[in-house]
Design a protein around this ligand. Structure first.
Ligand SMILES: [Zn+2]
Length: 326
């Protein structure tokens, strides 16, 4: 199913720089300009999380002194939250209208497929942007004699790793593209649950991977996580290729087979530690104690650098407020 032809891979690398602002619709031949589109449903999901048209999102900045990342959970205007520029207006609307304009139905295979697809397209777009940014930085370093084209150069290694990850995801996205065009929504397996809450607290649309190589396909197991709150309940959906089930089912079952209380702790840990696209409701964030907020900062930062350095209590990062006492 996946392409292993090196000439295609080389052409992809060569064209990457030119394709940063590109519509990534299936088929690969759309030349329209990509728009700023929400990756989390605006009309209903952001709507229930917003306070005065703002949500809370993690933001990173790098401290000038030692380069250590500083994490802040900051207010973001609704129109800027979860935005990405990976599709033109026509394709964004045509592809994602079933999950943007309609109520969520957890037994609707097309909707579940599209939640996973949108997380994949967004992640791919971000990896292309990151790879082109690193390439540009590397070229500047070479120009100033701070890096070289010699094998073993650490800046070059970083660029090559980034390009390779982007290529691997490009191949994975091609599987989604093909399935979308053929309406083969059944290529995915989903693990899901819902619970009623006191108030909506968090929404997620993200694609992450497990550090396992699938040698026969030169792939890694990717998993999409969507957390979709409505006014009274929260839906949680993990989605992955059915052919990857043997790698990913243990990952999701470890969470789903726990009590609701433990399940929501584990899920929160996964969201803060592994995903890159989540928004919090200001009403929830503002209600947290300083100690709990500090734990969020510390855990988020530890997952970016050295997870083992985290010494806080993971129960403090629970992102949910279920209705029933658990
Ligand atoms: Zn397009």
């Amino acid at each position: 199913m996946l392409d292993t032809d090196n000439s295609l891979r080389n052409a992809f690398f060569k064209n990457l720089k030119a394709s940063k602002d590109h519509c990534w619709a299936p088929g690969g031949n759309c030349n329209s300009v990509p728009i700023r589109a929400h990756s989390i449903q605006d009309k209903r999901v952001l709507d229930v999380l917003c306070l005065n048209d703002h949500v809370i999102m993690p933001q990173l900045r790098f401290d000038g002194k030692d380069g250590a990342p500083i994490v802040e959970f900051k207010k973001v205007g609704r129109k800027d939250a979860t935005i990405f520029k990976g599709l033109c207006a026509t394709h964004d609307n045509e592809i994602f209208s079933p999950i943007e304009d309609f109520e969520v139905e957890l037994d609707n295979p097309q909707q579940l497929f599209l939640f996973g697809y949108r997380a994949t397209v967004k992640r791919f777009h971000e990896m292309v942007s990151e790879a082109t940014r690193l390439q540009k930085m590397y070229e500047s370093l070479v120009e100033f004699g701070r890096a070289s084209h010699q094998p073993g150069d650490s800046a070059m290694d970083l660029v090559m790793q980034s390009l390779m990850r982007t290529w691997i995801l490009h191949q994975y996205k091609a599987v989604y593209d093909e399935a979308y065009l053929a309406k083969r929504y059944d290529i995915l397996s989903h693990e899901k649950f819902s619970f009623r809450h006191h108030k909506p607290t968090v929404a997620v649309s993200s694609l992450y991977w497990l550090e396992i190589l699938i040698p026969e396909r030169n792939q890694i197991p990717w998993i999409a996580l969507n957390v979709i709150p409505s006014k009274n309940e929260t839906h949680v959906v993990f989605s992955y290729l059915t052919e990857d089930a043997k790698f990913l089912s243990p990952e999701t079952q470890a969470i789903l087979n726990s009590s609701l209380k433990r399940r929501l702790w584990l899920l929160s840990e996964k969201i803060v530690g592994f995903t890159d696209n989540f928004v919090l409701s200001p009403a929830f964030w503002n209600s947290l104690s300083h100690k709990r907020r500090d734990t969020f900062f510390e855990y988020y930062r530890a997952t970016l650098t050295n997870k083992k350095s985290f010494e806080g209590d993971l129960r403090d990062i629970c992102l949910f407020e279920p209705l029933n006492e658990i």
